[in-house]
Design a protein around this ligand. Structure first.
Ligand code: AMP
Length: 385
């Protein structure tokens, strides 16, 4: 039996977070600021979230007793990472309130389920086909055409488990790494911009959306976000409305990021959903009346949602482990930019592609904010220039 609920959790309550990364870390900061206690559960120790939590449990998600024990010690459970096994969420739900519900995670942790949900709801998305073997893959290439992109159905993020299929590609060779796994072939989209919208939905169905983010990726990983996005008022309104429809159809309680492609004709296609705070929403920690992390807390605790108003044009640049390849970055040089804030996640090991921190920069407009944040990032590694 699961604990159903319109229950409200006031400051002083204990919120559990599954996952131990930077999203949980910033959530923990927001929650502790408002007088909540935070417990975190992940397979690792000394995690970015654990360093800021009241209690860190290091155990396997598949350990039923450890999950139940963790859930007994908290009032409400949420997530900073959606790829938690659904079975673990069910064990937790026997002992505490879980928001968002396990079925939302189940849907968002699998590309095919997510795409079928979106297309079933009549929402716009790139053309796609499910492929589970080489014959289906070849038939899908016939149907979808090239270029297209083959993606694993489960557990993909930051472009992992993806292969672009060009015209005349050797399909047998391309299929080899996907053998034995479910996959999705997707139409390649010649987009004008990549944007995202973060929406929060409370226990009473109240919703708040953040201003639209404009995202630039490098090697499939988010590089720079600027807010507000350089799109028309009409496109921004449509993007925010689309995100609200998705949250409503999911009957979400919590936070949802909706990544979209903006087409040259102004059309929008939904690329991906994440039922948690999102990298593109990091700007909100410094630049919004209510950060995405505080909003997640408010939503999952049943409090009224806060204002998503932007305090000023802003840009965010990710700091990946690659910046450490020749030694410690020059933090003093970045700190010398007075309009730039430094965020670091407390990770001791810097690996290429690993998200270690980010910078947030302000300006009179998004161009100035972007220039400042990029200049501060460049100053971190003077030996590269
Ligand atoms: P994903 O993990 O699906 O969000 O993909 C990571 C990045 O790859 C996206 O942010 C895009 O930059 C690119 N990408 C993914 N799918 C497509 C597509 N169908 N067409 C064009 N670019 C794509």
């Amino acid at each position: 039996m699961t604990i159903s609920s319109s229950k409200i959790f006031l400051p002083g309550s204990t919120v559990g977070v599954m996952g131990g990364g930077q999203l949980g870390r910033m959530f923990a900061i927001a929650a502790r600021k408002m007088g909540y206690r935070v417990h975190t559960f992940s397979p690792d120790e000394d995690t970015p979230t654990g360093q800021l939590a009241d209690r860190e449990v290091a155990a396997r998600y598949e350990d039923a007793e450890a999950v139940r024990d963790f859930a007994r010690g908290i009032d409400v459970l949420t997530f900073e990472f959606e790829n938690v096994p659904v079975q673990s969420v069910e064990w937790a739900a026997e002992c505490c309130v879980v928001r968002p519900a396990g079925r939302v995670l189940h849907l968002c942790q699998h590309r095919l389920r997510e795409k079928e949900f979106l297309s079933g709801a009549g929402l716009p998305l790139p053309r796609f086909a499910h492929v589970s073997n080489i014959e289906e893959f070849k038939a899908a290439v016939e149907k979808i055409g090239t270029p297209s992109v083959l993606k694993t159905a489960a557990f993909g993020y930051d472009g992992k488990g993806q292969k672009k299929i060009e015209q005349g590609a050797d399909l047998d060779a391309a299929w080899i790494p996907f053998e034995g796994e479910g996959a999705v072939l997707e139409q390649w989209v010649s987009f004008e911009k990549e944007i995202s919208v973060i929406v929060a939905r409370g226990i009473d169905g109240q919703m708040k959306t953040y201003p639209v983010c404009e995202n630039a990726h490098r090697n499939h990983i988010l590089d720079v976000t600027v807010v507000p996005a350089g799109v028309t008022v009409e496109v921004a309104a449509r993007a925010r409305h689309l995100a609200e429809i998705v949250a409503e159809r999911l009957d979400l309680v919590g936070l949802l990021a909706v990544e979209m492609f903006l087409l040259p004709d102004g059309g929008l296609l939904i690329n991906e959903l994440a039922p948690r705070p999102h990298n593109s929403g990091h700007f909100s920690f410094d630049a919004s009346i209510t950060s995405q992390f505080e909003q997640q807390l408010r939503a999952v605790c049943g409090l009224p949602l806060g204002s998503t108003e932007l305090l000023g044009p802003v840009a965010m640049a990710n700091l990946l482990g690659d910046l450490w390849s020749d030694g410690e970055p020059d933090w003093c040089a970045a700190a010398a930019f007075p309009e730039v804030k430094i965020h670091l996640y407390g990770k001791s090991e810097a690996r290429p592609g690993r998200k270690m921190g980010h910078l947030v920069g302000f300006g009179a407009d998004t161009n100035e904010a972007r220039e400042r944040v990029c200049a501060a990032k460049k100053a971190l590694t003077p030996w590269l220039s």
